[in-house]
Design a protein around this ligand. Structure first.
Ligand code: FUB
Length: 330
């Protein structure tokens, strides 16, 4: 019997795929692999997800990690936007917002969230301020969830000198906004201290003092407020490297009761940054990890989605992070 030896080139091709190389000259055998739904976007590094459900579509807004390999600092200049009808197939839209849209900002397109009110879309985003030292929060507006967005104020909504208790310059980051059932909008944000304030109906001005939530152990950053049934949930990045923990309240203004850990440290990333939504009858936990080989990591992150489940008493079950991700929603 004649043995056909594979060429060097075909061996290299095999090694680069999922085929197992067994002793030279023997037969190579394909191994089954799980379908890798996570990370959901593989051609770019995406971070700090914030999802919005609008008219049967999920819009996913993310930060954009562009740090070169082995460079351990955030390089982030614009935000990205994707949409999906089933949480599995994602369409990329042209970037609807660049940090340059905020003329008063220097750089650093950090975490953000988009909310809809009265047919307009408001994008709250953390950036580095150009003249007031420290991070700041701006708000951009559009008539469409995919933009284009323009600066809604021409100045920052929150600057570091408005919150003087934290002795760091990056405590004014990670905005999350929710409009309650009575139409009152609330902005939560922070790093090391979790702040909140009411927003006016125009969504671009504070409507009262800046308050603090003081019942969140090991609060690091990334607050996300959502409502389900009669419960409000305040999830946040806990400790560092970050897990995600959460608290619950019957009122958006608290008091918030700590409920424990929701998600463990996400693979190969010291941040975790969650977004929580319901869509087509299923709840989703959206976060980032640093799992894309070989350069993925804390400064080259990737958005992932796993299912989220609630207990009968309204508490949330701990998230199981998976490679497979979620099934298509119908
Ligand atoms: O992406 C920059 C920062 O990393 C975000 O503002 C934090 O939430 C963390 O994910």
């Amino acid at each position: 019997m004649k043995t056909v030896l594979p060429s060097a080139a075909s061996l290299r091709r095999l090694a680069a795929t999922t085929l197992l190389l067994v002793p030279f000259g023997a037969v190579a055998q394909a191994l089954p692999e799980p379908v890798a739904g996570n990370p959901i976007i593989k051609d770019k590094y995406t971070a700090d997800p914030a999802a919005l459900v609008h008219k049967g579509t999920v819009y996913l807004y993310t930060g954009h990690d562009e740090a070169p390999a082995r460079q351990d600092r955030y390089v982030m200049h614009d935000w990205l936007c994707y949409s999906s009808q089933d949480m599995v197939h994602w369409q990329e839209h042209p970037s609807p917002l660049h940090v340059k849209a905020f003329a008063w900002a220097k750089d650093d397109a950090w975490a953000s969230q988009v909310v809809e009110r009265g047919g307009k879309f408001y994008w709250y985003a953390a950036v580095e301020h150009g003249s007031i030292p420290g991070k700041a929060i701006g708000v951009a507006v559009s008539d469409s969830p995919t933009g284009p967005f323009v600066d809604a104020r021409g100045s920052a909504l929150i600057t570091n000198d408005m919150t003087t208790e934290a002795k760091i310059s990056w405590d004014d980051i990670d905005p999350t906004v929710i409009v309650d059932d009575k139409g009152q909008a609330y902005l939560y944000w922070g790093n090391t201290i979790c702040y909140w304030a009411k927003l006016k109906a125009n969504m671009t001005e504070l409507d009262g003092p800046i308050n603090k939530v003081t019942t969140l152990p090991r609060f690091t950053e990334a607050p996300w407020v959502h409502k389900r049934g009669n419960w409000y949930y305040l999830s946040y990045a806990y400790q560092f490297p970050e897990k995600i923990a959460y608290a619950m309240s019957r009122s958006i203004e608290g008091p918030w009761e700590f409920k424990g850990i929701l998600n463990e440290v996400a693979g190969n990333s010291n941040t975790n940054h969650q977004s929580i939504i319901d869509f087509k009858g299923q709840s989703y936990f959206i976060y980032h990890n640093g799992s894309i080989p070989t350069d993925g990591g804390s400064f080259r992150r990737s958005v992932c989605i796993d299912k989220l489940e609630y207990n009968k008493d309204g508490t949330m079950k701990r998230v199981v992070m998976t490679t497979e991700g979620v099934k298509a929603a119908r």
